[in-house]
Design a protein around this ligand. Structure first.
Ligand code: PHE
Length: 457
């Protein structure tokens, strides 16, 4: 394994590093998955537990990934080989690369749908439709063999060309442009939604906890959501951390990324729930919430001022596309950096291999929702099977190994050194951080894992 200690490119600034990592974290997980999970699990109580999971498990594991990445100066696929040469730990790195690659394939399918919805919103495709029409519209579109593939290709190529431009010019620059636009859109949409008559009911749903709904399942669901949303467990953030400069403060960066990710998720809830309650729609529609319920909500909520409905619908799907793009870039980078470093391909060639491979997975998962839905693995279509395998099995497993590696295997002076920038920062949280990595996180993840596999019954 060739190491790139000296020649390695870094993010140009601390802010660039934070925005790139936040770009990875903020994605469909925040705006698509978080609201429907909250809706299904009864609102505020789920959010409180989610916040606990982010701060207790999420941030320490994010720090662990940052430590692995910055210290090794290698992508996640090579990091363990640098830090623990000649051991089996390298397989954890490879597992991360494979997980990221598979997720890239099916995540880009959903990301492509956001482009269709921008197109529909912009060409008045939502106007004068009834709630039932939106169901039919979504089914027709997602089961159509060609149209979703067209958007999948466009989205994948957009990701490809940004990654090919490199760490500074591609990833950092695009995050610095897209993330502020995303924040502005979230805030504007929030204001629009909160000023609707009847919005208070949605706010109450989000902020007033009903603990009678809390079961072990809610608790563990919140923990799974925290890992997915923070991009933990597949080495995305450790790959980005390999581009952090030595002045980047890991604790501060993890805290910023965690806060940004959480704020965007809660704000997405403040966009969706007040609007849904304002028009009397229940928020527990599940994964189709933002593709079926929401266009309808915007139509009805702003029926008095159609222009506002039109603008908000477009803005919402643009927001979703931007959030997804900064995440697909990070997923793509994990495999591209790995091929580039391990096999010494140029970045462009490495990126092409990843793009073509991920497109194959994307095409298969997209067709699995329509033409090929008869092919199943363990009772699931291929799209659901890849989602299940990656998000529910591979992700917690490699997240747990990252915690164990930093907590138990990596030299303590390195762990402390990375947390304190080799003695220049105080980092008073260090003992707690280490305790969580050693005990709380591994045990917690084993619990999620056991639950997800249904072993708890
Ligand atoms: N965190 C991203 C989201 O919330 C998803 C993601 C997971 C991206 C893992 C990269 C790596 O949508």
């Amino acid at each position: 394994m060739k190491q790139h200690h000296n020649e390695r490119v870094n993010f140009g600034s601390r802010l660039g590093a934070i925005l790139a990592a936040a770009g990875s974290a903020v994605g469909l997980g925040n705006i698509w998955r978080f609201p429907y999970e909250t809706g299904n699990h009864g609102g505020a109580a789920f959010i409180l537990i989610y916040l606990g999971c982010v701060f207790i498990f999420g941030l320490p594991i994010m720090m662990a990934e940052f430590t692995i990445g910055r210290r090794s100066k290698a992508s996640t696929g090579g990091a363990y080989e640098v830090l623990a040469p000649g051991t089996c730990w390298k397989w954890v790195g490879y597992l991360g690369v494979l997980t990221g690659f598979l997720i890239l394939g099916y995540y880009t399918v959903v990301a492509g749908w956001t482009l269709e919805y921008i197109f529909q919103a912009a060409t008045l495709g939502f106007s004068e439709k009834t709630p039932d029409d939106f169901v039919v519209m979504f089914q027709h579109f997602s089961q159509n063999p060609l149209r979703p593939l067209l958007w999948l290709f466009i989205f994948m190529f957009a990701t490809h060309f940004i990654v090919v431009r490199g760490v500074k010019e591609g990833i950092e620059k695009s995050s610095k442009i897209m993330m502020p636009v995303l924040f502005v859109l979230v805030l504007l949409l929030c204001v629009c939604s909160l000023t609707l008559p009847g919005a208070e009911k949605g706010v109450e749903f989000l902020l007033k906890p009903d603990f009678s709904k809390v079961t072990a399942d809610v608790f563990l669901g919140a923990m799974g959501q925290a890992f997915f949303s923070l991009s933990l467990g597949m080495g995305c953030l450790s790959t980005y951390a390999s581009y952090f400069g030595k002045e980047t403060r890991l604790g501060h960066t993890a805290m910023s990324v965690g806060l940004i990710d959480t704020c965007v998720a809660v704000l997405a809830g403040l966009i969706i729930f007040p609007a849904a309650f304002a028009v009397g729609i229940q928020p527990d529609a599940g994964p189709s919430l933002i593709f079926i319920t929401l266009p309808n909500v915007f139509q009805q909520a702003f029926s008095g001022i159609p222009v506002l409905g039109y603008v908000c619908s477009i803005a919402f799907y643009v927001l979703l596309a931007l959030a997804a793009l900064t995440s697909t870039i990070s997923l793509h980078e994990v495999s591209t950096a790995f091929l580039h470093e391990k096999f010494h391909f140029t970045r462009t060639r490495a990126a092409w291999i990843v793009t073509v491979g991920a497109l194959v997975i994307g095409v298969v998962s997209s067709l699995a929702l329509g033409e090929w839905s008869a092919y199943t693995i363990g009772g699931m279509n291929i799209f659901d099977a890849i989602d299940y395998l990656t998000a529910k099995i591979m992700l917690p497993v490699s997240g747990m190994f990252a915690a164990i590696f930093v907590g138990w295997v990596l030299d303590r002076s390195i762990v402390r050194g990375e947390a304190t920038n080799y003695g220049t920062l105080k980092s008073s949280y260090y003992p707690l951080y280490l305790f969580i990595l050693k005990f709380v996180a591994p045990i917690g993840i084993v619990l999620i894992f056991v639950n997800e596999l249904g072993l708890l019954g």
